[in-house]
Ligand binder design. Sequence first.
Ligand SMILES: Cc1cc2nc3c(=O)[nH]c(=O)nc-3n(C[C@H](O)[C@H](O)[C@H](O)COP(=O)(O)O)c2cc1C
Length: 365
Amino acid sequence: MTVIRTVLCELLSVRYPIMLAGMAGGPNTPELVGAVSRAGAFGVLGVTGTTVGAVEAATAEAQSHANGAPIGVNVQLAPTTPATGTFERMVEVLAPFRAELGLPREPARPPVPDPPHDLVEAALAGGARAVTTWHDPTPILAMCRAAAVPVIAMTTTVEGGRLARDAGVDAVIAQGAESGGHRSTFGRDAAMAAETGTLALVPQMRDALDGKLPIIASGGIADGRGIAAAMLVGAVGVSLGTVFLPALESGVAPIHREALRGLQPEDTIVTDAVTGRPARWIRNRIVDALATADVGTLGWGDQGAHLADIRRAAAEQGRADLLPMLAGQAAGLAPAPCPADLIVADLVAGTHAALAMARGAAGPA
Ligand SMILES: Cc1cc2nc3c(=O)[nH]c(=O)nc-3n(C[C@H](O)[C@H](O)[C@H](O)COP(=O)(O)O)c2cc1C
């Protein structure tokens, strides 16, 4: 199975050019990260919102599950943003949901996480072998250079790709609009909702960067057909989030795993109403209510914190209508719950099949 070996395999020292996207906030447990790496792909811890102690423990545990295969770390670097709405209006909009969940009318402030720089430092000290970034990678570049660890910046625009190249990253993740989760949009176009799809973004970013910087495709890819397509338009690999959410090792709430089954692309929407920055969510009562409330947000940082106890309570109480859940447009292609190594094996086999089909369809040269 060497057909899909690319420069990304050299950069990350892996068998397959497939990365588990960094997913903070629960999905990427050390077990999932280790299992993905052990299977020959590249597992990435999502450490945003945690503490140095938690990162040290997770890095060590993920490596023990990886059986000597390398793992990486992902961090969100976007600065906080000012509120566009008021605290009082947000409390009003969320009051009925909080009452249903048995929560007080106003949330308590959640604990403050350690700064992203310290989290990456702890992961590097623990042996993480690559760093992927969400937002402008500049703040952690020097530290990674000193540790001789590659930095891979995710961006949603061609302009972001140029900025990341000029900053000195080793590769770029081109994040298409289909992606689940938050959009890594920065630079001149920071305020954009990031509307460019993966198949349009990858080849144009490749052209803009003169084919010199490896480009990894992310967004809307959940089987071998998607991986083959991304490679045919110039990607050297892929970074996949949603397809790994159903893995038995993933830490998503059971109702989140359940909600992915049979999901249609149109069942997800991009809105900044949940956290203060645009992200793709599964549509449900609370996401729709926030997206249509027209009350602004408390800004990136405070808006997410304001909903932290709602998310916790909704997950604990099994309330799929009140739990904001991230997922990409290809969720319907994700497998039924199964071990992560099977997901990796299926992705690899599917990519070979799709590439063989493309060769057959093209006929003799
Ligand atoms: C549940 C979830 C959480 C995510 N969290 C992060 C994160 O912490 N950092 C990050 O860089 N990207 C995050 N993303 C975005 C992924 O890096 C990736 O771009 C996306 O999952 C690709 O699209 P796909 O879900 O269709 O595979 C997240 C995505 C999901 C679905």
